[in-house]
Ligand binder design. Structure first.
Ligand code: WTA
Length: 569
């Protein structure tokens, strides 16, 4: 930002921001952004934030979210952005894990045509952790909020009155930039740590190369929420490092009407558009007549991220949204990788619908078998990265051992991504999905064990098993099998709703199971491990697979009967 302003690009629009209600849309130039970031940095210093302190950011998709991140970066205070859809519990556990002392939030945001509240979740989080010293609150909706004078500070006052002068501090390339929590195969989310220099190189290089960015003429829009890594690398750090002009939109795609995104593309003449397959499939279902009402001839490049894109969705995206002109880049990467690793390059790679194609220049990826040997073309295995890359995660916050165990212990000298993949006969990569206990629901990573723990924390639940079942819209959907405690009887008429709401309260609405089946037993191997594969068969209505290692195969019959009954309901 400072670099661009100094180079004379201060008047260039950094963000065309669009609030969900629409009438408050505004453009923010690089110079304005710099002023506000300096003010926020000064305000944070006033609140006691020093280099190295952690700051949690829990905000809707408003410009202040970007400002807050950059103000932290400016002070060398690593931020941890917590998705606004996460619960108070999820926020508190992240604050505890990285020991954040300040939370930046808002009274609320606009979603589906109405204000939704955010501050109450921070107040609730404060009852679960006493680490939070100050809460900086953006006034977005004007709704009433509870107030604690010792802790709560309005953003308008503290940031608005601060000086726009702040000398940018310099840090070592390995200085921590942020911690982003993501689900792993065990109960607690992992704090992925990204540092400053390499991460920025990775974000800027890929944003420029894969999106063929021409900063002087392109209008770029990544629809990801700032609470995920895609929002970090491809809405904030990559585009701003490259002096791009971006769109940022606060709300949902169907408010006030189902053509909202296409209207925004038309209005701002968006030329590069980056979104997720689950959104594309939703638009497909809504029908071609909706995008057809808008002039989207400005689009010249489309991107996809977050989950495998099925060929039907890919072709629809290319034809109906991209008018058959705009190539699609299917980009594979992870929170851990920090930036895109495998993707076609526009104008270079002849793409295939459904394949992320090849590792980009500088990245060495491969598909290997159980022994870590490269598989021949035409076969499948595990996706690995074999050489270091600029934006690789540095560690897991506070847990070097788990970092080593999770990513580096399976095969010597290779990064294990946790995904299965195949190489086709041309050697192009098709990512198949997770091979661990991580589900991918609408492009969001959710851990089966994390949801199981949430279910088991309910007083009526004795045991729970969660699987991800294939879902036409969301890629995978959360299906839970629950054994109730004796004392709970049949749990009562509303037990399923009660448990779904409990999961939403513990983790967030995105983790709510699509289906909960109350069962008398769970299928286990002789060593006591739950056989999730069988449960997945039931959830996907398949013939139940091999049950020879089950302790008691009558369990499966009961479960299958129960599933059939609940499907009839
Ligand atoms: C999946 C999101 C297939 C994959 C950037 C990965 C994909 C996980 C693709 C990371 C893609 C992401 N094709 N699968 N193009 N992109 N994935 O950390 O399973 O939220 O491991 O990062 O999403 O999810 P994360």
């Amino acid at each position: 930002m400072d670099r661009h302003v100094e180079a004379g690009a201060g008047d260039k629009v950094a963000f065309h921001w669009v609030g969900e209600p629409g009438e408050d849309a505004r453009d923010i130039t690089y110079a304005q952004l710099q002023d506000e970031v300096c003010q926020a940095a000064n305000a944070l210093v006033e609140l006691g934030v020093q280099t190295g302190d952690r700051v949690a950011i829990y905000l809707p998709m408003i410009p202040e979210a970007v400002v807050a991140m950059l103000a932290c970066a400016r002070l060398g205070a690593p931020h941890t952005v917590v998705f606004g859809g996460f619960s108070a519990d999820a926020l508190a556990s992240r604050v505890e894990d990285c020991q954040a002392k300040v939370v930046i939030t808002a009274d609320g945001g606009y979603r589906r045509g109405a204000p939704s509240a955010l501050k109450p979740a921070v107040d609730e989080a404060r009852t679960k952790t006493d680490l939070i010293e100050k809460v900086l609150v953006v006034r977005r909706t004007g709704q009433d909020v509870a107030w604690d004078d010792n802790v709560d500070v309005w953003w308008d006052g503290a940031v608005g009155s601060a000086s726009t002068e702040h000398a940018c501090e310099f840090f070592d390339a390995e200085h921590p930039l942020y911690v982003m929590y993501t689900s792993g195969s065990t109960g607690t989310p992992k704090g992925i740590l990204h540092t400053t220099g390499g991460y920025l190189v990775g974000a800027a290089y890929t944003h420029w190369g894969i999106f063929d960015l021409k900063p002087e003429s392109d209008v770029y829009w990544c629809t990801a929420d700032i609470g995920w890594v895609t929002g970090h690398s491809y809405m904030v750090y990559g585009p701003l490092a490259n002096q791009a002009t971006s769109v940022m939109y606060e709300g949902v795609p169907d408010s006030p009407h189902k053509g909202r995104w296409w209207e925004i593309i038309e209005k701002y003449k968006v030329s590069i558009f980056y979104t997720a397959p689950t959104a594309i499939r939703t638009f497909m279902k809504w029908g071609d007549d909706i995008p057809a009402q808008h002039d989207m001839s400005s689009l010249r490049l489309l991107g996809s991220v977050g989950e495998p894109i099925n060929p039907e969705a890919y072709i629809w995206y290319r034809e109906t949204i991209g008018g058959g002109r705009a190539p699609v880049v299917d980009t594979w990467w992870q929170t851990e990788t920090g930036s895109i690793m495998i993707s076609p390059l526009p104008g270079v790679t002849a793409a295939k619908p459904g394949s992320a194609m090849r590792a980009i220049p500088g990245i060495v990826a491969d598909v290997v078998n159980d022994e870590g040997e490269s598989v021949p073309d035409g076969s499948g295995g595990y996706l690995v990265i074999k050489e270091p890359w600029p934006s690789m995660l540095s560690t897991l916050w506070g847990d070097d051992q788990r970092f080593k165990d999770t990513y580096w212990s399976r095969w010597k000298g290779m990064y294990f991504a946790g995904d299965g993949a195949k190489k086709d006969i041309d050697g192009d990569v098709w990512v198949l999905g997770r091979v661990d206990d991580v589900m991918n629901v609408s492009g969001h990573r959710l851990s089966t064990t994390e949801i199981e723990s949430a279910l088991v924390s309910h007083p009526k639940v004795a045991e729970a098993a969660v699987v991800g079942a294939t879902d036409e819209m969301t890629g995978q959907a959360v299906c839970a099998y629950v054994i109730l405690r004796e004392a709970a009887g049949d749990g009562g008429a509303d037990i399923v709703t009660e448990l779904r709401n409990h999961v939403a309260h513990e983790i967030g609405a995105i983790a709510k199971p699509r289906q909960i089946m109350i069962v008398p037993e769970l299928p286990k191997t002789r060593s006591g491990k739950i056989m999730r594969r069988l449960l997945r068969d039931v959830a996907e209505n398949r013939e139940i697979g091999d049950v020879t290692t089950l302790t008691d195969d009558s369990v499966m019959k009961l479960i299958a009967q129960g599933a059939a009954a609940s499907a009839e309901d």
